[in-house]
Design a protein around this ligand. Structure first.
Ligand SMILES: [Ca+2]
Length: 216
């Protein structure tokens, strides 16, 4: 292995160990979730592991069902069909401690109830450090919301239907396309190849030092 290749590899390894590898950490478009009203307990969750815990209940709706938006295959109504209906859904995964990944960006799609029931407020939380309320007009179509999450934040992600201005407690904001992006853990343990490289570099530096000494 040539010295230059080794030096280049070490520089690359150095960069990797500082920043980690950018990746999607969690993603759920609910398209594989079984359709049903008043879903209690848990949801199976999406790609990249982990499901959801539900407080109260949600409706898992098929696009176009009940005259609702005909996009996104399946999505959630955060007001289920059984009282108490205003749901909180929270990831079973907790990022930061047991999953040592750095979460940097959260995105999701929200729509109004689309049944003329009034405006919704959805509270989004990430661990104990991040909380933000999103107002959703009753008739608004799905739109993507994006939030920059400080890499220092950690914990579980949750969506809670806080309020609904209409009279029907069973029609609430619609949620789809939840995604967390960030960095995978940095590779801090040197592999055998890296160790061999490092030895070569050290020897190389020693030689060039000796040569400079001889020529001076
Ligand atoms: Ca969907």
């Amino acid at each position: 292995m040539k010295l230059l290749t080794c030096v280049f590899s070490l520089v690359l390894i150095g960069v990797t160990s500082v920043t980690g590898k950018a990746a999607i950490l969690f993603q759920d478009n609910f398209d594989d979730t079984p359709v049903g009203l008043s879903v209690f307990g848990t949801l199976p969750g999406g790609a990249f592991g982990g499901g959801w815990n539900i407080t109260n209940n949600v409706d898992v709706l098929a696009a176009g069902q009940f005259g609702l938006p005909n996009v996104g295959v399946r999505y959630l109504d955060l007001a289920g069909s059984t009282a108490p209906a205003f749901a909180t859904i929270q990831t079973q995964n907790s990022w930061g401690a047991s999953l040592p990944m750095t979460v940097k960006k959260l995105s999701f799609s929200l729509a109004g109830d689309n049944r003329g029931n009034g405006d919704s407020v959805v509270q989004v939380k990430f661990g104990d450090s991040f909380t933000q309320n999103f107002n959703v007009a009753s008739n608004s179509p799905f739109s993507m919301r994006t939030v920059d999450i400080d890499g220092a934040f950690s914990g579980k992600l949750s969506f809670q239907l806080l309020s609904q201005s209409g009279n029907n407690p069973f029609f609430g904001a619609l949620l789809d396309n939840v995604k967390l992006e960030g960095d995978l853990p940095p590779n801090v343990i040197p592999e055998p190849v890296s160790l061999a490289c490092m030895s070569l570099v050290v020897v190389g530096i020693g030689f060039s030092h000796l040569r400079r000494k001889k020529t001076s």
